[in-house]
Design a protein around this ligand. Structure first.
Ligand code: 5GP
Ligand code: ZN
Length: 114
């Protein structure tokens, strides 16, 4: 998609600090981190949100989840605990409409979130 911020990151038209890349996913640091580890994991293929990704029916959601876990391992938070969040839709605060998993860790994360 030409007018999508994260598609532009996939295309390397906008710079990002990449922490992990697989054939179908990309993981990069959030510009405005909310925790010591705050990495966004996206499918390279454009889907607007987690609902669309869930019905894509091609294993892509699995790939995103596996990359999220691998990021947690590499960041050293897999043992201490981490959170994987898909903000989906306006009331959840989604601002970028290319599905992304937030991988958050490295501090005590409160529940429920605000
Ligand atoms: P959302 O609110 O849609 O769940 O999350 C979007 C996230 O993307 C936010 O945490 C925001 O800080 C991050 N973000 C927005 N623009 C950019 C950008 O250009 N580069 C990176 N790395 N992160 C971005
Ligand atoms: Zn996109």
């Amino acid at each position: 998609m030409t007018d999508c911020l994260f598609c532009k990151i996939v295309a390397k038209e906008i710079p990002a600090t990449v922490v992990l890349e697989t054939d179908r996913t990309l993981a990069f640091r959030d510009l405005n981190p909310q925790a010591p580890t705050h990495v966004l994991v996206i499918p390279k293929e454009h889907h607007a949100n987690a609902a669309e990704l869930a019905v894509a029916d091609d294993g892509l959601a699995d790939d995103v989840l596996k990359t999220a876990h691998e990021v947690a391992v590499r960041e050293g938070v897999a043992e201490t605990g981490y959170r994987v969040v898909f903000n989906t839709g306006p009331e959840a605060g989604q601002t970028v409409f290319h599905v992304h998993a937030h991988v958050l860790g490295g501090r005590n994360l409160t529940w429920p979130p605000g």
